[in-house]
Design a protein around this ligand. Sequence first.
Ligand code: 3PG
Length: 218
Amino acid sequence: MTAKAKQDQIAELIRQAVVIPVLTIERLSDAVPLAKALVAGGVRTLEVTLRTPVAIDAARAIMAEVPDAMVGIGTILNGDDLARAEALGVRFGISPGATPELLQAAASSRLPFAPGIATASELMQALAHGFEVVKFFPAEQAGGIKALRALAGPFPNVRVCPTGGIGETNAAAWLAEPNVLAVGGSWLCPASEIRAGNWAGITAMCAQSMKSLKAACR
Ligand code: 3PG
């Protein structure tokens, strides 16, 4: 697959998601019920972050038991993480950053991948390796929508998934930006609700958010 086709593939995957929850799974036993709760609420594209020791097993369990979930791996920090995600057979990979080592590994990997950028220079490095679909992270803290609009001047073809500081109150405003494909964040799966096993609560929150955010995308 050409670099361009790979970019179009991940762009479409992210665009269809509308919202990509950033999952930090502490107990393996939470993985499947959490994924089922999110999918039941209409949130199907899931980023399982490599932030806990059970992350890879959690992603594997979700892929096996929740066929409607589109599982990706997040918090990919280096070539080893990328290789682990690719070996697992997930649909996509996401990173908070863009080191030269990671960009090189991702450019030669088959895994659809979005590096993270917060500045023009980081974005230029990503573009130099063929990545024009990126995670804008940490979106609110790095200047918010004003910063994104400023970046769109010199980089009109770049499409982004902003993440960091996005929640119920500002997600629609981000989605209204023409270069935003989807928004990411942890607000739909708070650690307290996961620990409490409040799966019905997570489903209800997702269903309500998806309804209003899909309307905002129109
Ligand atoms: C990420 O890795 O994308 C962030 O940790 C998510 O940010 P949030 O917790 O502010 O949504």
